[in-house]
Write a protein that binds this ligand. Structure first.
Ligand code: SF4
Length: 89
């Protein structure tokens, strides 16, 4: 499942800095957005989603409209980073 940014976001930018998939961008109305085509919930990099850990406003949550299995998330990661070895399976 990809993640999404909710209305508590104040566009501080910390989540964008920690996302190694380049999945977080500035959206409209001073809030950031997560691209579900690039978010792997950090599968491939870390045990837990980094952006959720760093957001002090709890503005990042699961997006139930983009449900994916662990295998699908890992396959997405491998497509985003061809030739690289996952840091965490
Ligand atoms: Fe990026 Fe990981 Fe957050 Fe997804 S969970 S947006 S890959 S930092």
């Amino acid at each position: 499942m990809a993640l999404k940014i909710n209305e508590y976001c104040v566009a501080c930018g910390w989540c964008q800095m920690v996302c190694k998939n380049g999945a977080i961008r500035e959206g409209d109305f001073m809030q950031y957005k997560i691209d579900p085509e690039r978010c792997t919930e950090c599968v491939g990099w870390y045990e837990e989603p980094r952006c959720i850990q760093i957001c002090f406003l709890s503005a990042i949550e699961p997006d139930s409209t983009h449900k994916e299995t662990h295998e699908q998330l890992l396959a997405k990661w491998e497509k985003l980073h061809p030739g690289k070895v996952p840091q965490v399976m």
